[in-house]
Design a protein around this ligand. Structure first.
Ligand SMILES: C[S@@+](CC[C@H](N)C(=O)[O-])C[C@H]1O[C@@H](n2cnc3c(N)ncnc32)[C@H](O)[C@@H]1O
Length: 297
């Protein structure tokens, strides 16, 4: 079981976490936001958090006033920008990702995903197929798509929300990349159509949420749909010289849930590994944020 965290990333740091919050630096800006998993005590004082944070997410104060911790508003100091960029470098990949403060406390990048971006880059580079094809499902602002593209793959990027696909396209352009195929669709419906069309990919990446909306009223429910999704992915993944990355961050699923699921569908494979993606703060406290299964055929 692997425990992976971003390292060598000057533009990102988890400074401290605890008391159900995290304090992070993205480039030059420090953000303070809720973190339900940080059930321990923080290391720095409240005064230090207040002094360092350029912006603080106030839960439940925003859109819908639902009281839910993932909807709210940001309380900005004067020095806070509305939009800014962070860079991520690995081998020949130089990503420039645009960040913004959204009303759902997200900022446009999930920094714990950095080890997956490296895996994707290395996996594409090690394929022997010429012009390998990679399908990224539930792809948000596109970090994984850009990693695959930077390594030379022909990338299909799919998300059901138009705004995040536009955001991903901006990230592609600012990163000096091109020719990603953009699809706004329901992930499961698209994969089922690809099965019928007989299309095959050398790489499939998926990071499904607990609940989601496709288009045309299709609903995604992780526990009900994930088995059918992985079974359908198997039908469009090259049986040799292929790889799949399944990332899960909800329902409290452990790495072994992801691993057993992919093993049950794919059986014996050339290589498989699973683990957790964690962020480690300045004081050594580890904050686990998602789990993954990676297989190579
Ligand atoms: C949290 S994001 C995944 C994060 C992304 N892999 C990354 O690391 O940047 C989940 C994404 O799934 C999308 N989504 C939700 N339901 C969907 C569906 N039925 N079909 C396609 N995309 C969907 C959401 O719009 C969102 O962008």
């Amino acid at each position: 079981m692997l425990i992976l965290s971003p390292d060598n990333w000057p533009d990102y740091e988890l400074i401290d976490c605890g008391n159900f919050e995290k304090l992070e630096r993205f480039g030059q800006y420090v953000l303070r936001r809720p973190e339900p998993k940080a059930v321990w005590a923080r290391s720095l004082s409240e005064e230090e958090w207040r002094r360092m944070a350029h912006s603080t997410f106030i839960a439940g104060a925003g859109f819908g006033k639902s009281g839910k911790e993932d909807s709210g508003t940001w309380n900005n100091k004067k020095s806070m920008a509305e939009r800014w960029q962070v860079e991520f470098q690995y081998q020949t990949m130089r990503l420039k990702l645009r960040l913004a403060l959204t009303s759902f406390k997200h900022v446009g990048v999930f920094p714990e995903q950095a080890p997956n971006w490296r895996f994707i880059y290395d996996s594409v580079k090690s394929l022997t197929t010429k012009s390998p094809k990679v399908l990224n499902l539930f792809s948000y602002t596109g970090g994984a798509s850009l990693a695959a593209r930077a390594a030379g793959a022909e990338v299909t990027h799919l998300d059901s929300v138009k705004q995040v696909v536009t955001w991903a396209r901006e990230n592609m352009e600012s990163s000096g990349l091109d020719n990603i195929r953009w699809i706004i669709d329901d992930a499961l419906k698209f994969v089922q159509r690809e099965v019928k069309r007989g299309n095959v990919y050398q790489g499939i990446l998926l990071d499904p949420p607990a609940y989601g909306h496709g288009i045309d009223g299709n609903r995604w429910k992780l526990d009900e749909n994930i088995l059918e999704m992985i079974q359908s992915c198997k039908k469009i993944l090259a049986p040799q010289d292929g790889f799949l990355l399944l990332n899960l961050y909800s329902n409290g699923f452990s790495a072994l849930v992801a691993d057993t699921l992919t093993a049950s569908v794919f059986g014996k494979v050339k290589h498989s590994e699973c683990g957790e993606l964690v962020l480690q703060d300045r004081f050594g406290k580890r904050l686990p944020l998602s789990v993954f299964s990676r297989i190579k055929l």
